[in-house]
Design a binder for this molecule. Structure first.
Ligand code: GAL
Length: 369
C-alpha cells in the first residue's frame, strides 16, 4: 500500500503540473484532513460541537456502524471502489459485521429506502454514492435531521448543495476528483498524437464520436466537455460526428459504437468514451468493424481498469486516465473516522487523476497489485 501511495504522490504531482490546477490543494487536503479542518473550525458553536463529539468519539471504531450506499453494484469502477473501501474500513478498526453496503440498483427510490433503513437502524456514519446527484439535498436533509454525519463519494452534488453544508456547518462532505481534469487529460492524449496522425481523412479536423456516461452525472458532463476543449485549446479543429449515451456500460457502448461506425465509416478518427467499461465495448465494435486502434482509429477512456491498461500496453486502446479508487476510498473512510472522532472535515476533499499512456500503463498496473 505504501508503494502505491508513493507512486501516486509522484504521479499526482506530475499530473497536477501537467494540468496546472488543483494538485497541491488536493494533496494537502487528502493527506492531512484532520489538521486542515481543525484549524478552520473557528466558530464558537462549531468548536463546542466538536468538543462534545470528541468525547463521545473516542469509543473504539469496532463498535461503530457504517452504512454505505452504492448507486449500482454492477458498475466496474464502483466495484473496485467499494471493495477497497470495505477492506480499508476493516484495516482502520471497524468490524466487518458493522459495515453494511447496499446496492441502489440505479434507482433513487430504492436507495432512499435504504438510507431510511440505515437511519432507523441507528448507523453512526453514512457514506453515500447517490443514484441521482440532484437528490442530494433531500438525502442530506434526511440524514442531517437524524444527526448522522455524511460522506458523499463519486457523484458530486452541485455547488448550491455544498454551500448549504458550509453555511450550516453540517457534518457533510464530498470526496472525489474533479472530472474536468479527466476530460482534459483525455483530450491531451489525443492532441499529443499530432494532426498528421489523427487526421486520416485529411479534412483538417478531428472527426470524433463521443460515448457518454449517465448524463445526470457531472463526471459525464465534464468529461464530454473538457476532452473536446483540450483539443480546441491545442489549436485543433473538431468535428462531432455522433454523441450517444452509453450509461457507463460496456454492452451499450459496443452497440452504439457499432452503429456509429456503420453510419460514419472511415470518417471516424477518434472514439471518446467517458469511462473504460465503455471503451472496452467500443473496442469490441471497432474490431468487429475491421478497424485497428492506433492504425486507423484512436480510442480513449477513463478509470484505468486493469483490462484497459493491458489494452493500452498492447496498443488496443490509445490511452486512459487513472481514477484513483484507492486514494478516494481511503480518504472517504478517513473522513468518516474524522467525523466519529470529532476532528471534522472540509466540505470538499479532492484528489488528482493521472494520465495513462503506453509509457506509464505498466507502472499503474504494478501500483494496483
Ligand atoms: C465515474 C467512473 C465511471 C462510473 C461512474 C459512476 O467516476 O469513471 O466508470 O463508475 O463514476 O458514477
Amino acid at each position: 500500500m505504501k508503494k502505491l501511495l508513493g507512486i501516486m504522490t509522484a504521479s499526482a504531482m506530475a499530473a497536477s503540473l501537467l494540468a496546472g490546477c488543483g494538485g497541491s490543494k488536493a494533496a494537502e487536503t487528502t493527506m492531512a484532513p484532520a489538521e486542515t479542518t481543525a484549524a478552520e473550525t473557528t466558530a464558537a458553536a462549531a468548536e463546542s460541537k466538536a468538543e462534545t463529539k470528541a468525547e463521545a468519539g473516542t469509543a473504539d471504531l469496532k463498535d461503530k456502524k457504517v452504512g454505505v450506499c452504492i448507486y449500482q453494484f454492477s458498475d466496474n469502477f464502483m466495484t473496485l471502489f467499494r471493495t477497497e473501501l470495505e477492506n480499508y474500513l476493516v484495516e482502520k478498526g471497524f468490524s466487518k459485521d458493522n459495515i453494511k453496503i447496499m446496492d441502489g440498483a440505479n434507482d433513487q427510490a430504492t436507495q432512499t429506502n435504504q438510507i431510511q433503513n440505515f437511519i432507523s437502524e441507528g448507523v453512526d456514519v453514512l457514506i453515500i454514492n447517490p443514484v441521482n446527484s440532484s437528490s442530494a439535498a433531500t438525502i442530506t436533509d434526511m440524514v442531517q435531521s437524524a444527526g448522522i454525519p455524511l460522506v458523499y463519494i463519486n457523484r458530486e452534488p452541485d455547488a448550491d448543495e455544498e454551500k448549504r453544508w458550509e453555511d450550516n456547518k453540517w457534518d457533510v462532505t464530498y470526496v472525489g476528483c474533479d472530472a474536468r481534469q479527466s476530460g482534459t487529460f483525455q483530450g491531451e492524449i489525443i492532441a499529443d498524437l499530432g494532426m498528421d496522425k489523427i487526421d486520416m481523412n485529411g479534412n483538417g479536423k478531428v472527426d470524433y464520436i463521443m460515448i457518454k456516461g449517465d448524463p445526470e452525472n457531472v463526471d459525464a458532463q465534464y468529461r464530454t466537455e473538457f476532452s473536446i476543449k483540450a483539443l480546441e485549446d491545442a489549436g485543433l479543429q473538431v468535428n462531432k460526428l455522433d454523441e450517444q449515451v452509453g450509461m457507463w456500460q460496456q454492452d451499450e457502448a459496443q452497440r452504439l459504437v457499432a452503429n456509429s461506425l456503420s453510419q460514419y465509416g472511415n470518417d471516424v478518427e477518434v472514439v471518446f468514451c467517458n469511462n473504460d467499461a465503455m471503451a472496452l465495448g467500443a473496442l469490441q465494435a471497432i474490431e468487429g468493424a475491421g478497424r485497428t486502434v492506433g492504425k486507423d482509429i484512436f480510442l480513449v477512456g477513463v478509470d484505468a481498469l486493469e483490462e484497459a491498461c493491458q489494452n493500452v500496453l498492447s496498443g488496443k486502446q490509445t490511452g486512459t486516465v487513472f481514477n484513483d479508487h484507492i486514494s478516494q476510498s481511503h480518504t472517504a473512510a478517513d473522513a468518516a473516522v474524522n467525523y466519529l472522532t470529532g476532528a471534522g472535515n472540509d466540505h470538499y476533499i479532492g484528489c488528482d487523476y493521472v494520465k495513462v499512456t503506453a509509457e506509464n500503463a505498466q507502472d499503474i498496473l504494478d501500483s494496483l497489485k
